[in-house]
Design a protein around this ligand. Structure first.
Ligand code: ADP
Length: 501
């Protein structure tokens, strides 16, 4: 099959979260299965400055955007260490404004008081991107059988394929797949942006593009894509309920016949303590205790932070937003830090959490450490150095860090939602006996429930080292590689293409 992946971010070129990791790993896995694959994303400033060799192509597109016609050029590179083509859409004004030092991100920028705000022209930026892919399709590596789009930024593509471009093309209309990586971000814009989309006003109705008086890009994708996937089975069920549906539960229930959950995989070439270049030493199941101790010493040395051997280290690596359970952390931190442990957090996000965590570090300098930055090598070192990985998410579409933790022998303490529920098995006498126990889970989104799970973990760590070793072993043996997820995507694409025969 010829498959084109379209995403607002792809690692290592640009990354704000798990979406970028998925878009780097899934296409490789599909190529390994013998399919022809290409990718497309915007040419952000971080791409231009990222050091990858970029070549301009002569694929220049003219895209109608309201009353204007906007020009863009496609550039070309390849995914690192392979020959999979990746195309970048150049439009300096739209895409080359990101600058972490001044708080300018890919979709948002920092206001003077520290809060993040969406760029006012996000609607134009991603309409332009979506249409430019389809305008330039003939000049890319191949004509796709499947166009696989990701998240709200690309949600209009299935609409454009069906309503504008498909009927014009002489080649067969590609099938479209939309993956929802996080339903909380939907791309909502006021109705007067409808003319910018170039779509007919008749689509602005509650069964198609409209959502309570606004245009909703993600909803448009859900309605018009031939298939909709999300990143775990549990999340696929949860989002059909009011608690997790973010207002789209009704639309998702209506379209549940084409909704499938496929768990994200892990790129073990990047995330495995047996060969991770970011670690001071390598370790496996047999050498996990010594290996983790050495990584922990390196962490403390790097931070000049007192190392208290035999004291468990809790780690978190996370966007610092409510979704990730930061309000629970806020409610429980002082109590947790009274216990005999050390705790390290790596993350960036909302200013109130930055401030809170800085204060915590000020009050508990020996026990608590926070790094308010996006730092990939440090994320690897923390995974290796930690004993417990805490992930108390309010909701979690798939989650990658708990999967990395399993491989690094860092026992996850998680809330039983979404992908966390699908991947971590709570430690009980039964699950210990059958060898499936891999972590500690709690159900209710409350401080008490989280503290109880954390207490169980700390007690096991301190008083039952044999059980702890078993949990580590069970976790390290889990296989969440992309091969399994890629096979599931392949069967979806195949199903779609067969329906046209
Ligand atoms: P989400 O996509 O909701 O942010 P995931 O767990 O699916 O959550 O993926 C997050 C990814 O981003 C992981 O690869 C994680 O290691 C990485 N990450 C998050 N915050 C940071 C940070 N501050 N520094 C380095 N990596 C980070």
């Amino acid at each position: 099959m010829n498959i084109l992946y379209i995403s607002p971010e792809i690692a290592p070129f640009a990354k704000t979260g798990g979406l970028a990791d998925v878009l780097s790993a899934l296409p490789r896995a599909m190529a390994q299965r013998g399919h022809r694959v290409a990718l497309a994303m915007p040419l952000y400033r971080c791409v231009r400055q990222g050091g990858s060799a970029l070549e301009p192509t002569d694929n220049v597109v003219q895209v109608p955007l309201g009353a204007r016609v906007v020009r863009g050029r496609w550039w070309r590179s390849t995914l690192p260490q392979c020959d999979i083509p990746i195309y970048f859409l150049e439009h300096a004004e739209f895409y080359e404004r990101d600058d972490p030092a001044s708080g300018a991100g890919l979709y948002q920028y920092r206001l003077p008081q520290g809060k993040m705000a969406d760029y006012a022209d996000n609607c134009s930026r991603f309409i332009f991107f979506s249409r430019a892919v389809l305008e330039g399709l003939g000049g890319l590596a191949f004509w796709p059988d499947v166009i696989h789009v990701n998240d709200w930024q690309t949600g209009l593509i299935p609409v454009y394929v069906k309503k504008i471009y498909g009927p014009r093309w002489s080649s067969p209309m590609p099938k479209t797949v939309l993956t929802i990586h996080n339903l909380a971000y939907q791309g909502l814009f006021w109705h007067w942006d409808m003319p910018l989309t170039g779509l007919d006003w008749s689509l602005f109705n509650w069964r198609e593009l409209e959502f309570y008086g606004k245009i909703n890009f993600l909803k448009a994708g859900i309605v018009f894509a031939d298939m909709v996937t999300t990143v775990s089975q549990r999340y696929a069920e949860e989002i059909q309920t009011p608690e997790f549906g973010c207002g789209l539960e009704g639309v998702l229930r209506e379209h549940r016949g084409k909704l499938v959950g496929i768990l994200n995989g892990v790129d073990y070439s990047q995330w495995d303590p047996r060969h991770d270049p970011n670690l001071p030493c390598h370790y496996d199941e047999e050498t996990v205790v010594a290996g983790k101790a050495e990584c922990r010493r390196a962490l403390h040395q790097r931070w000049n932070w007192p190392y208290r051997p035999r004291t468990p280290l809790i780690v978190m690596i996370s966007r610092l937003v409510e979704q990730k359970g930061l309000d629970l952390v806020q409610q429980t931190a002082e109590e947790i830090l009274r216990w005999d442990l050390q705790w390290a957090i790596l993350g960036t996000g909302e200013p109130t959490y930055h401030q809170f965590l800085r204060q915590l570090q000020h009050h508990f300098p020996d026990r608590f450490r926070v790094a308010l930055e996006f730092n990939e090598p440090l994320a690897h070192l923390l995974e290796a150095a930690g004993d417990i990985f805490l992930m108390p998410s309010r909701f979690e579409p798939s989650g990658l860090n708990q999967l990395y933790s399993l491989r690094y022998g860092t026992v996850p303490v998680v809330r039983q939602v979404g992908g966390l529920a699908d991947t971590i098995t709570d430690c009980t006498p039964t699950t210990l006996a059958d060898g499936s126990a891999t972590g500690f889970c709690f159900r209710e989104y409350t401080a008490d429930a989280m503290l109880q799970a954390l207490r169980r973990a700390l007690w096991t760590f301190r008083d039952h080292p044999d059980i702890w070793r078993q949990l580590q072993r069970n976790g390290m043996r889990q296989d969440f590689s992309w091969a399994r997820s890629a096979a599931a995507y392949e069967s979806i694409y195949q199903r779609l293409l067969n329906t046209t025969l």
